[in-house]
Design a protein around this ligand. Sequence first.
Ligand SMILES: [Zn+2]
Length: 193
Amino acid sequence: MGVIDELLSNNRAFAASVPRQHLDVRPRRRLAIVTCMDSRLNVFAALGLGEGEAHVLRNAGGVITDDVIRSLAVSQRRLGTREVMLIHHTDCGMQTLTDDGFRAELQQATGVAPAFAIESFTDLDADVRQSIRRVRRSAFLLHRDLIRGFVYDVDTHRLREIQVDPEQREPASGSLGAGLGGASDGARPTRDD
Ligand SMILES: [Zn+2]
């Protein structure tokens, strides 16, 4: 039995064990969380969240990409969320590669340079700060100041908050800047913000 068959079996047992319910599509805590796809971070358990309480947006690294901004725009403008919680974590897979190396690997394997930025990082704290700045700069969002960033320790399960100067006002813009999603001409995306 493949792993997905196993999960289907788990789902039948789960659905039979909990009562039928319908929750509001709008998250009750008016919160969106952006974090990594890492398999060790159980967001709901680690934060004491339940179903219907928060949006959880995940990708490799918990990076603020154009697609994350798209989701946050829908989350805030249609589904009523206000606060944004960013969570990076220790021992992240994105620390095991470099932008140049992974880009070259993809290009060698396929003959095509990816249009997307790789978004690897070495300094967790610096990347959390950059992510906060990207959210603050996006004019597509309604609530750009109610944002806090953290690093989750995958061994101790503790969160550590990353401080960013609250007085540092960011100019709003409609785009994340060069390199995120717009490099269809093969130009190499950069991440100089
Ligand atoms: Zn990660």
